[in-house]
Write a protein that binds this ligand. Structure first.
Ligand code: IFM
Length: 465
């Protein structure tokens, strides 16, 4: 078979999930904000399905990781739940069953030749820390997170050589403090800005701890996973371009710049200062951010952001919001994933690759999530009981072609992880849209490899397609 798109040697072919979306709540001693939200408002979740069982990974990790190996992947990301590992958040005392569980997961990854990539926070703040301190609004919570991270490094750092501090921290800002799609569904632009700063600080403080603990000398690396939604203006006119630059600075470079370069984008600082909503930060904290940038970057890419100059009336009653400066633009003819409501724009993979090459010191990076959520996949089951998800294969191929182009022009990308290996629970969308290479029957928890799972195996074996 001839391979048109060959990827660099030792390329990561993998897939990502997270603790709260796969494990189920079994034996967890604390609740996250999502566990709590489901308990008080189950009707907010698609078909009333919450995180209690998810894909049962807590109980079936042995079999699940074997299946993931069977589809040819060489790497796997999940997250360690703060609410599972830690018994006492203030002291960092651990829960022994949590330690046993994550030890088993890591050891089984290694036995199955899956490089474990461990993430420390995937939207799963302990609800007690929200109730007591205001969660990420509080710098004390930042310090408690560092205690948790140190515990993770101490317990698992001998085997886990790739860590990420956060998954999509911007989603915490947007979902919890602006657009009400994550509990506690607050609308408060000022708090959002402080949370944005505190999350950047937390990431830098965790990196500082990792360095101090000496893991780099043992080949360890630490990064962050950002959901980049590159902003494209409606037109090249000044107003649209400015609106797009502002949106980009709020939603993308607010985390990308500090993570990679140690400082915040000027355009964002100017606006926040001018509007009197800038965060509270000390010189010492800014210094920590400056000195503790990432070793590598994970990029979750799903959709671009289309922007136009503000045309609609800004609703002042909500207080300060970034939307004061731009409107979202529905580009005529854009290609949509109707189930998720996200635009499909594979070319963006190339734009991201070139942006990181040219504007971010060509930092080592990988695609840490890319995928297509589809509702009602049962209709594609063939006579052998296999889901024929050709649409997903086509989606991946298109994205990989553009990624390949970026790599062939020198972008330092070392891997491609899809979302997700096994269909998993997706927050308030629950199991509405399925993303996996492996299907889950929710009634029986039976797991069956889809056509795309066979396809990725060949891609991984050939290191291209
Ligand atoms: O399920 C989420 C994941 O937690 C973060 N990235 C996007 C996925 C699909 O919506």
């Amino acid at each position: 078979m001839s391979i048109k798109y060959k990827f660099p040697e030792n390329f990561w072919w993998g897939s990502a999930t997270s603790g709260p979306q796969s494990e189920g709540r079994f034996n967890k001693k604390h609740d996250s904000v999502f566990d709590h939200w489901f308990d008080i408002e189950p009707e907010a979740f698609f078909n009333g399905v919450g995180p209690n069982v998810a894909s049962n990974f807590y109980n079936s990790h042995k079999e699940d990781l074997k299946l993931i190996k069977e589809i040819g992947l060489n790497s796997f990301r999940t997250s360690i739940q703060w609410t599972r590992l830690i018994k006492d958040f203030e002291t960092g005392e651990v829960d022994e069953d949590g330690v046993r569980f994550y030890n088993e997961v890591i050891d089984e990854c290694i036995e199955n030749d899956l490089l474990p990539v461990m993430n420390l926070h995937h939207f799963d703040l302990p609800v007690e820390l929200y109730d007591k301190y205001g969660g990420w609004e509080s710098k004390h919570v930042v310090d408690l997170f560092v205690i948790f991270a140190r515990k993770c490094f101490e317990l698992f750092g001998d085997r886990v050589k790739h860590w990420t501090t956060f998954n999509e921290p911007m989603v915490i800002v947007e979902g919890e403090y602006l657009y009400q799609f994550h509990y506690p569904k607050i609308v408060d632009g000022r708090k959002a800005v402080q949370v944005m700063f505190n999350l950047n600080l937390a990431s830098a403080k965790v990196i500082e701890a990792y360095k101090e603990m000496g893991f780099h000398k043992e080949g360890g690396q630490i990064g962050i996973v950002l959901n980049l939604t590159p902003a494209y203006p409606r037109s090249n006119n000044d107003e649209d371009t400015m609106a797009s630059n502002i949106a980009d600075s709020y939603f993308n470079t607010s985390f990308l710049e500090p993570a990679v370069k140690g400082n915040f984008p000027k355009i964002l600082l100017d606006i926040l200062e001018q509007d009197g909503v800038i965060w509270q930060a000390t010189e010492k904290e800014l210094e920590i951010i400056k000195n503790n940038t990432v070793d590598f970057l994970g990029v979750n890419y799903y959709q671009p952001r289309r922007v136009k100059a503000k045309e609609s009336e800004f609703d002042e009653s909500k207080g300060w919001m970034p939307d004061k400066y731009f409107d979202n633009y529905e580009m005529p003819g854009r290609r949509m994933n109707p189930y998720r409501g996200w635009e499909i724009y594979p070319q963006c993979m190339y734009d991201i690759a070139i942006n990181l090459r040219d504007n971010y010191d060509n930092i080592p990076w990988y695609i840490s999530e890319n995928g297509m959520g589809v509702e009602g996949e049962e209709k594609y089951i063939n006579e052998y009981g296999i889901i024929e998800d050709d649409y997903r294969i086509d989606f991946y191929k298109e994205h990989l072609e553009y990624l390949h182009k970026g790599i062939s022009e020198g972008s330092n990308c070392f891997g491609y992880h899809t979302w997700t290996p096994i269909d998993c629970w997706s927050w308030s969308n629950a199991y509405k849209n399925r993303y996996g290479f492996i299907a889950v029957d929710l009634a029986t928890q039976k797991k069956t490899i889809k056509k795309s799972g066979r396809w990725i195996k060949e891609v991984a074996q050939n290191n291209g397609f």
